[in-house]
Write a protein that binds this ligand. Structure first.
Ligand code: HAM
Length: 436
């Protein structure tokens, strides 16, 4: 029979990876806790209309990339391609937005039918935040700082923060017609994709990856020149706030983002350690979205980090600096003690000891192979446990075991390792020795 395979772009995370993910997720949770950002979990499946209305019919995400199907009740459903629309839907539905301001975070799988490559999958994970209720430019800086400082806490260097302003809706409407005018005059020199986008989503042409179009666009009218004085001054305030926080940034006038809901601040954090898919974090302000989805007018800003890209960057960072924070985060946690045992009675006692030592808080690796002492010792060494407790049937009958310090053993091969006889029913004494 044919072996079943996962679908293209859908990736398994095996234990050596989930260990690393958990370490990063724990850092992120702690980071959010300190900023009083609270977690929200929303369903993976939503009504298709949420994304069509929220993200925009003419975006690539909605037009080409959604996993959409009819359920058994003939309702059109979509696996969420991003988190923002779902969080806005939940916040409106649960009446959260008539009830104060909120700082929220989420982490989970998203689905986009894209061409898979390094850093791009069809099921991927986003760690994101959404702030509801604040319109101040200082909150834009706070949201950006939250992403920036999280990445720094994780030990990531070589990051570039790019920011732009998309102005308000009047600014964008004005710019849209100016840009269309210019693009029509240069139609013949545009690539095919940009020609198609001209009347559906002309602003997206600005962040084309096609070098010839990029070159041509250097001559195009700039969004920054079309935006009102108040939008300009708001953008200046965001820049001043970032400068005051000592967060380095550059202005990228072509940064428009791929989703339609943004206005004013848009930003991306790019890692020079990623290849073509170099955007680690993307976000911006979306003051109109809540109202558009049927909620009360609510200013909002947020961002999302791609977890797979984050893990790629961490691995590169750990490689470059094996004693740095990134390396320590993704290094597998070692057991405190490895239980080597042989013989029927020894096996029974070892299981009991393992359960009790775990109860006392130790990380215990129990060898349940029944194999030779030599093989179990090899495995203990490979596990990088600090200690081994060796129990044979003779020792088990006497209620004694040998506690051996493996770190001393491997660090100073010439010296005989520290070894002590311990009483097997005195768990606390074993714990004390392992901890000291
Ligand atoms: P986005 O730029 O579409 O924004 O995605 C954010 C991040 O998700 C990207 O920078 C990237 O790291 C990761 N990502 C996106 N697509 C893929 C993929 N196919 N494979 C792997 N990683 C991917 C949003 O989704 C917005 N909802 C962000 C936001 C939150 N804006 C405001 N609030």
């Amino acid at each position: 029979m044919d072996q079943l395979q996962s679908l293209r772009g859908m990736v398994d995370l095996l234990p050596d990876q989930t260990n690393r993910w958990q370490a990063v997720e724990a850092e992120a949770r702690n980071h959010f806790l300190k900023a009083r950002v609270l977690e929200i979990r929303t369903p993976l499946l939503e009504a298709t209309d949420l994304f069509a209305r929220g993200i925009g019919e003419n975006t690539d995400v909605v037009g080409k990339e959604m996993y959409t199907f009819l359920d058994r009740g003939q309702r059109s459903c979509t696996l969420r391609p991003e988190g923002t629309a779902s969080v806005v839907r939940a916040a409106i539905q649960k009446g959260m937005l008539t009830n104060g301001k909120h700082r929220l975070w989420y982490n989970g799988p998203m689905f986009r039918y894209e061409r898979p490559q390094a850093g791009r999958q069809r099921q991927f994970h986003q760690l994101g935040v959404e702030f509801f209720g604040w319109s101040s430019s200082l909150v834009d800086a706070e949201a950006i700082a939250l992403a920036w400082s999280l990445l720094k806490t994780l030990g990531i260097n070589k990051l570039v923060l790019q920011i732009n302003t998309l102005g308000d809706s009047t600014d964008r409407e004005k710019y849209r017609s100016t840009l269309i005018n210019w693009l029509e005059k240069n139609f013949e020199n545009l690539d095919k994709d940009s020609q198609k986008r001209l009347h559906t989503n002309p602003l997206r042409i600005l962040d084309t990856k096609i070098p010839a179009t990029q070159e041509l666009l250097k001559e195009a009218p700039k969004l920054l020149d079309s935006i009102s004085e108040s939008s300009q001054s708001r953008f200046k305030d965001v820049q001043d706030a970032l400068a005051a926080l000592m967060i380095p940034f550059s202005i990228n006038p072509n940064l428009v983002r791929g989703l339609d809901y943004y206005g004013h601040t848009a930003f991306e954090i790019i890692s020079t350690q990623l290849g073509a898919q170099s955007t680690l974090c993307g976000g911006g302000r979306y003051d109109g979205l809540v109202e558009k989805l049927g909620g009360p007018s609510t200013p909002a800003i947020g961002w999302a980090i791609g977890m797979e890209r984050l893990m790629l960057v961490l691995a590169a960072e750990a490689n470059a600096n094996p004693i740095g924070k990134a390396a320590s985060l993704i290094t597998e946690k070692k057991p405190d003690i490895y239980l080597i045992n042989q013989g029927e009675l020894a096996e029974k006692i070892s299981l009991k000891i393992a359960v009790n030592l775990r109860q006392e808080g130790l990380v215990v690796d129990l060898d349940s192979s029944g194999g030779s002492f030599a093989k179990q010792f090899k495995r203990a060494d490979r596990s990088h446990a600090s200690w081994a407790l060796i129990i044979g049937d003779d020792e088990a009958i006497k209620g004694k075991g040998r506690l051996k310090n493996l770190r001393g053993h491997s660090a100073q091969k010439s010296q005989s390792p520290i070894e002590k006889i311990v009483s097997l029913d005195n768990y606390i004494s074993i714990v004390d020795q392992v901890r000291n």
